[in-house]
Design a protein around this ligand. Structure first.
Ligand code: IPM
Ligand code: MG
Length: 374
């Protein structure tokens, strides 16, 4: 099969990590006899420098023409003083809305090789884990194209007050819930709707819609939790969660919290998905970490989150589950073999057996593992 992938390396370490992910994708393509055609596109700070805008219209148009989009990272200190609508982050919001990728999947699991990096004590982790293990494996499904991020906002005429609006339609709530249920079906079959229904009318609508939609998924357990309690429960007992479905703002906040629990933000991948249309799902795939301008181009960045994002791309946009699993297994073997970029070094296990490597070598080791040489 032939697929087209838009590459948006972006700023900072974005190009460093996307380069490694492309090598991994190419290796998978060779092995499985697929062809991946790439279109490299400009967005973020580098687009501001070259075109004056964070998301040039040509970028969005070209991205829409592709089957999926792989993004590195955007942003950096040199663009931080620009007005809001010209900041690199606008490119992200524009891509999300423009591609219609409303369901943002942010997995957060504790990797056994990096377990010591988790700031929560083993006994606390074990108490909430379904098998009594000091581990957790959860997925936050964040609504990504609505709510406070896209609602009406402004200032009063006298400039003395400002407002943002949380507005959700039943249809927007329903489709992201269904994305959550689809994910839960392939996991531990638990879905928790996180909201603030004790105060917010929009949250009450979320619950109403969930009560109806949940009937279509009788084998999945649906529960409800207020977001403040969820923030607490993520620390007290992350093992209780399987899939969390929540609004744009709550998902933004909770996913940062969950990333800290894993102790290794350099490992976390994400997928943002649109509606499946005749078997194809448009998706925007990116590592959770930022552009880390201080280490850009220095062969220090951890490429694994982007490589794992490429695995999610194969799974969710191309339906290549087998190939996705091979990449994930290869990353696992590389960690088992002791290879660590600096950000994930000395996080437990046998520290003496660790080999500290740079971006390029880490990518190379994943290729070795894919080729059965590790
Ligand atoms: C994220 C980021 C973005 C968001 C910012 C950079 C606009 O925090 O992807 O979580 O708030 O969505
Ligand atoms: Mg965020």
């Amino acid at each position: 099969m032939t697929y087209s992938i838009a590459l948006i390396p972006g700023d900072g370490i974005g190009p460093d990590v996307v380069r490694e992910a492309v090598e991994v994708l190419d290796a998978v393509a060779d092995k499985a006899d697929h062809t991946f055609n790439y279109a490299e596109l400009l967005a973020g700070g580098c687009a501001i420098d070259q075109t004056g805008e964070p998301l040039p219209p040509e970028t969005l148009e070209a991205a829409k023409e592709c089957d999926a989009v792989l993004l590195g990272a955007v942003g950096g200190p040199q663009w931080e003083t620009l007005p809001g609508h010209l900041r690199p982050e606008r490119a992200l919001l524009g891509l999300r809305a423009g591609l219609g990728v409303y369901a943002n999947l942010r997995p957060a699991a504790l990797l056994p090789q990096l377990k010591a990096a988790c700031p929560v004590k083993d006994e606390v982790l074990a108490a909430s884990n379904h098998e009594g293990k000091a581990a957790f494996d959860l997925l936050i499904v964040r609504e990504l194209t609505g709510g406070l991020y896209f609602g009406e906002r402004g200032r009063t005429p006298d400039g003395n007050a400002a407002y943002d609006t949380e507005l959700y339609s039943k249809a927007e709530i329903e489709r992201v819930l269904r994305a959550g249920y689809r994910a839960a079906a392939g996991r531990r079959k638990k879905l928790c709707v996180v909201d603030k229904a004790n105060v917010l009318e929009s949250s009450r609508l979320w619950r109403e819609v969930a009560a109806v939609v949940s009937k279509d998924y009788p084998d999945i357990e649906t529960t409800y939790m207020y977001v403040d309690n969820c923030a607490m429960q993520l620390i007290r007992g992350p093992g209780q969660f399987d899939v969390i479905v929540t609004s744009n703002l709550f998902g933004d906040i909770l996913s940062d919290e969950a990333s800290v629990l894993t102790g290794s933000i350099g490992m976390l991948a994400s997928a943002s998905l649109g509606d499946p249309v005749s078997g194809k799902t448009m998706g925007l795939y990116e590592p959770i970490h930022g552009s880390a301008p201080d280490i850009a181009g220095k062969d220090l960045a951890n490429p694994l989150a982007t490589i794992l994002s490429a695995a999610m791309l194969l799974r969710h946009s191309f339906g290549l589950e087998q190939e996705a699993r091979e990449i994930e297994a290869a990353v696992n073997r590389v960690l088992d073999a002791g290879y660590r970029t600096k950000d994930i070094a000395s996080r437990g296990g046998d520290a003496a057996a660790e080999k500290i490597v740079g971006t390029r070598e880490m990518g190379q080791r994943v290729l070795d593992a894919l080729a059965g040489k590790l």
